[in-house]
Ligand binder design. Structure first.
Ligand code: HMG
Length: 418
């Protein structure tokens, strides 16, 4: 049955990040590793570090407030809030309830937290799209937020792929930034032990190299499903199918992963995976430099923000892509370990670029040395494990901060109201 035509897409987007970061070359030096492994091998130059006062709620609320304020969204028009996160703050109570309260949203609202590793926010975007498509939204808009703090622990292989941040998006029938091409999408799911975090641990466990294979398998199969659907509607697709997208955006656990992903997809189109020293590999790498790499600057300087990593790359794309891309198509691939994945596409709309800016935000961060970073990580690891309040010792320039718990109830200082 044909899908009803509706214009559904992203009306507003904003992100938030912790106010501290480390330099990857400093981390490499402290770990006795060639800095080029982190900078070139993984593609990371800096990494965001959360203080105990910056939990997944704080990051989510700040990102959502900016999306609403910067784009002039009427908060009373929001009828669905979905928070994708794998950094929950409670076994029962969702981050989304705090977002709903602190943004003073209408009580006529569906509010839920979505978990499937890094796939949670992409699942939220799809849920919002389907809700609007069904007409049950009654013209209301959805607020979808990705918020996470990636933590593997000090001196682990995953450590250089940590990070933290949130991306908030308003999905509606009045898209201003991109419109989803809802007739095509590819899914993939398979139970795999590539990355997980048992309830009793703050550190994620990763079977790192296997997780890369799982990601690539999920990408290949969901892309194939997308292509098959496209093929049903279009007589012919050639072996450069991927070129229909002006930019290809991926889930970015570390920047080099997006390069691996893109080269593999082009290889899939060509019916062969290029060997590293081949001409085809170089052709694919050149294409990566053109259609993927320009939109990974934020990821390289923030690190893995799990559910939000793909959307951080989207933000980077929207802020930096040339106006000549208006009306063209981009692809978006979301992957969550465990695993579940989705491949979709969207058309770029004409919008005022001044609505998006990230350069000042990065400049305002404070750099930590590695000893201070390790101390902060230790504090973060022990935060929230027992009842008790604490002070903001980090002099954060924030309107909203987390201050521990009293009587097992989370305490937040909200200066937005003052
Ligand atoms: P590792 O074993 O430390 O690193 O693990 P490596 O030996 O594989 O080296 C990494 C790259 O650096 C290699 O490049 C090396 O050649 C290169 P590649 O061969 O892959 O192109 N290299 C150098 N380059 C220049 N100069 C040098 C040098 N030395 C080496 N001197 C790994 C790396 C990513 C596996 C590890 O950090 C890890 O386990 N990270 C966490 C897991 C992860 O990020 N997995 C990604 C896929 S799963 C996913 O995306 C889901 C996730 O986001 C979670 C969720 O869904 O919630 C993680």
């Amino acid at each position: 049955m044909p899908i009803n035509k509706k214009n559904i897409g992203i009306e507003a987007i904003a992100f938030d990040i912790p106010q501290h970061y480390i330099q990857m070359t400093d981390l490499a030096e402290a770990r006795g590793i060639d800095p080029m492994k982190y900078v070139l091998g993984l593609g990371q130059s800096e990494m965001a570090v959360s203080s105990p006062c910056e939990d997944s709620v704080v990051l989510a609320i700040e990102a959502a407030k900016q999306a609403i304020d910067n784009f002039g969204i009427d908060a009373s028009s929001i009828g669905l809030v979905v928070v994708g996160t794998e950094t929950p703050i409670d076994h029962s109570k969702p981050v989304a309830s705090y977002v709903h309260e602190f943004l003073e949203l209408s009580q006529e609202c569906r509010v839920v937290e979505m978990k499937h590793a890094c796939y949670g926010a992409m699942a939220g975007v799809s849920m919002a799209t389907d809700w609007i498509l069904s007409g049950r939204n009654k013209q209301k808009k959805a607020l979808v937020i990705a918020t996470d703090i990636a933590y593997y622990g000090v001196n682990t292989p995953g450590e250089p792929t940590q990070g933290a941040g949130a991306v908030a998006m308003v999905i509606s029938e009045q898209p201003r930034l991109v419109e989803f091409e809802i007739e095509f999408q590819g899914y993939y799911a398979k139970q795999v032990m590539d990355f997980w975090r048992p309830l009793y641990k703050k550190e994620a466990i990763a079977d790192g190299h296997y997780s890369i294979d799982c990601y690539l398998n999920a990408l290949g199969d969901s892309y194939q499903m997308y292509k098959n659907q496209y093929f049903e509607k279009n007589d012919k697709i050639d072996n450069n199918f991927n070129k229909i997208f002006s930019a290809s955006l991926y889930h970015v656990p570390f920047v080099k992963m997006a390069q691996k992903a893109h080269i593999m997809l082009l290889g899939q189109d060509w019916g062969m995976q290029p060997a590293r020293d081949s001409e085809e590999f170089q052709t694919a790498k050149n294409d990566y430099q053109l259609r993927v790499a320009p939109y990974l600057k934020l990821n390289a300087r923030i690190g893995n923000i799990y559910t939000g990593s793909l959307f951080l790359s989207l933000y980077n794309f929207l802020a930096d892509a040339s106006e000549s891309m208006t009306g063209k198509s981009i692809s978006l691939f979301g992957y969550g370990s465990g695993c579940s994945a989705e491949f979709i596409s969207a058309k770029i709309l004409k919008f005022d670029k001044r609505l998006l800016d990230y350069k000042d935000r990065l400049k305002k961060r404070r750099k930590l040395d590695i000893v201070s970073y390790e101390n902060l990580q230790e504090l973060w690891k022990n935060t929230g494990n027992k009842d008790g309040v604490f002070n903001d010792e980090w002099e954060l320039d924030r309107q909203f901060i987390y201050l521990g718990s009293e009587d097992h109830k989370r305490q937040y200082q909200n200066k937005f109201k003052a």
